[in-house]
Design a protein around this ligand. Sequence first.
Ligand code: SAM
Length: 283
Amino acid sequence: MKKKKYGKIFIIPTPIGNIYDITYRSIQVLKKIDYIAAENYKKIKKILNKFNISKPIISFNQHNEFNKIQKIFNKIEKKKNIALVSDAGTPTINDPGFCLIRECHQKKIKVIPLPGACSAITALSASGIPSNKFCFEGFLPSKEIKRKKILNLLKYEPRTIIFYETPHRIINSLQNIVEILGKKRKITLAKELTKSWESIIFDTAENILYKYKNNKLICKGEIVLILSGYKNLEKKIISKKVKYILSILKKFLPKNKISVIISKMYNIKKQYIYKYLVNKTKK
Ligand code: SAM
C-alpha cells in the first residue's frame, strides 16, 4: 500500500530582541511554507514585513492551542507545510507548541526543527558559569510558598540552574534565592539580551538583590537568571559514619582505591568520594 503523504511542520525560532537574529535558512523556509502558526500576530507580521514575506497566519497560543491543533492537522493532511513560531525565541521552550509536536510524532508527521535564538541558551553562553551540565527550570512560581518549595528542591542541585524571570517578581525571587540557596550563590543576570540596552551582570545573589533594592538596577525588561550549582555536594552526600571510615582508610590506601571500595559499599558515586578526599587533603 502506498504511504499517505502529509505536509511537514517546521519549528522556527524568531528574534528575542534584535530583528536580524533570524537565520538565513529560517527566512528561506518562511518563504516556502504554506501557513504560519504564530503565537503573536503583530510580532510575526513585523518579521514578515521586514523580509518581504507574505503568508497566511493561523493564531496559535496557550489559550487556543487545543482547538487549533485539528485545524493545523487538516492543513497538513492536505499536504500543506506549516511553520510554528512563538512570540520570540524558540517555540515550545516555555512557549506553546509541545502538544502539537507530540501529536505530530504520534501521527507520523515530519517535524523539522531549525536552530536559532533562545534566551536561555544565549544567557548561558555568556554566563561565565559552567555550561557543560545545566537544568532549565522555566519560571519560578508566582506564589511565594510554591516558589520556596521549588527552591528547596533545588538547594543541592549541582548543575547550573536556568530560570526565566519577570521584572515584577525579580526582587521577591532574589530574596528567596538568598534565603534558601545562600547569599554567596553566584548568579549571572542577563537582561534584555540582543537589544542595544542589553545588560549582563555577574555577582553574588546578595549583591544583585542589594542593587535592585537600592535602585541601582531597574526593574524593567526581560530577564534570564543563571545560577551556579551547589558546590560541596560530596560533603552533603557523605554521612558522618562514612567520613569517619574515610579518615581511617586514607592513612593506609590511595584515594582512588578508597573511592572504589566505599563507592561499592555505600552506593555513593566514586567521584564524590574522591573529590571529598582531595578537598580534605587540601585543608
Ligand atoms: N521561547 C523563548 C526563548 O526561546 O527564549 C522564551 C519564552 S518565555 C515565555 C519568555 C521569557 O524568556 C521572558 O520572560 C524572559 O525570562 C526570557 N527572555 C525572552 N527574551 C529575552 C531577552 N531578550 N533577554 C532576556 N530574557 C529574555
